[in-house]
Design a protein around this ligand. Structure first.
Ligand code: F3S
Length: 77
């Protein structure tokens, strides 16, 4: 299983992740990214389905500040 969230402390609102993985990431009023998948609300507790794993990886690889966090178990933010 895969879970993800965005560290808004380091996100620079570059906009890459939402373009790469629009089903997973969107932006708040300040342009900072957050996980919107299935109402996750950037908590990192919603399991991302396998058909989105490629998008997930591409978004992570493309983030210039390594703000996209991914792990195999739910985050405890
Ligand atoms: Fe922010 Fe990285 Fe996305 S800087 S907008 S989390 S690609």
């Amino acid at each position: 299983a895969k879970y993800t969230w965005v560290d808004k402390e380091t996100c620079i609102a570059c906009g890459a992740c939402g373009a790469t993985a629009p089903d997973i990431y969107d932006y708040d009023d300040e342009g900072l990214a957050e996980v919107i998948y299935d109402g996750d609300n950037n908590r990192g507790v919603t399991e991302i389905p396998e058909d989105l794993y490629d998008d997930l990886q591409d978004a992570s690889d493309g983030c210039p500040t390594d703000s996209i966090k991914i792990q195999d178990s739910p985050f405890d933010n």
